[in-house]
Design a protein around this ligand. Sequence first.
Ligand code: ARG
Length: 465
Amino acid sequence: MTNDKLWQGRFSSPMNQTLETFSESLSFDWQLYSDDIAQSLAHCEMLVKQGIISEDTGHEITRALREIKEELDSGALKLDPKWEDIHMAIEARLIEKVGASGGALHTARSRNDQVATDLRLYVRRGIGEIRGLLKDLMAAFIDQARRHIDLILPGLTHLQHAQAVRFSHHLMAYVEMFHRDDERLRDALKRVNVCPLGSGALSGTTFPIDREFVARKLGFDDVTRNSMDAVSDRDFVVEVLAAFSLIMVHLSRFAEDMIIWNSLYARLIELPDALTTGSSMMPQKKNPDGAELTRGKAGRVFGHLIALLTVLKGLPMTYNRDLQEDKEPLFDAINTVGGCLRMMTLLIKGMKPLGERMEEATRLGYLQATDVADYLVRKGVPFRSAHEVAGKVVSYAIKNGKELSDLEIEELKRFNASFEEDVFKVLIVERGVDQRRGTGMTGREAVLSHIAYAEANYLKEYKEV
Ligand code: ARG
């Protein structure tokens, strides 16, 4: 049991060991140390500027905080779990270094506004990191899309052959998803980047502090407008976890496509040896574990979102210790999403599309059936009837073990007199793909302009960094 807590004043007995172990957060919130020190440096400067603490004390504290940062960066300082959390641990080290005057740093501040501020700084860093990784990922997709612009493969609905599409078009679909994710994070930043410091425990402080000064120093865009909300608000963490969850949905969907493409049934891509794993029993195996783990890890991130929503939903105003449970889900989500983004970027860069296999697959499955119906429409047949005729042609072809392009004109004419020789052009799969010329479609020019658009607009901030 320990009786040297910084808040020990009103207690007559030391804290029970079980409670101490149960309630400590230092084992994970040490990850906030650089944010906590940055915050303290700004707070200290403000206290001096406002004449709340003396210049000498301010200098001493500032110097010691910078040393503590170095000690922590280098790993020289081991933090003792008896200090409960990172805020207490740093303050205790500060007092150890400069003596009792170090205690002046906590003037006009509570751990409640302190932890809320640290967390916003941490989330802001996390958003920056994840947005950078999203852009690496989009760049990898765009590069593959450009390099393989001429590959065509069967597009699927219900996992059934539907219509032929460019491989690039399929890849660029994911670029749209990840761009939306990037925008969501950029938008969330508006609500993250607001400074709660100065809200005190819940009601503010009687000291003449300058909140705007601290906010500016820390790169916040604004200060919070209600101290009670400010110390208990974790909506910004929920928003970011929700945005992360969608990133995981998108990563997991692509992982699944990759796993299918890599399967023996499809064999549309090959993955490099260095990015696959072997089986302990079956010598021939080469498994796409990176993609499978990404698909699997999506569940963890969704779980973190639900965990935090559940923590928040019944909280009475204002700060309650339950809020300490916000950190592990957030930290793990950032690590997980970051890891999956890195893994999938490598896999996308490394995957080799098997063009011949794609071509083979495209020759099967009656992918031109819609175009046959459209052909009849152009000859004056109403779409519903044209659809029926094309369906009968397909059924006939299946029964006779043929593909549409194997049929003779006489066979086609049996289904509708409007079929003429020019129908064979329609049966050339590549031609059908390229005729889809409009914005957002799968034709060569349309996809190339999508690629150029994405490159110019979606990676912009990334290139500036
Ligand atoms: N470790 C705490 C947290 O993560 C810090 C704030 C504690 N405040 C308090 N009044 N006990 O939320």
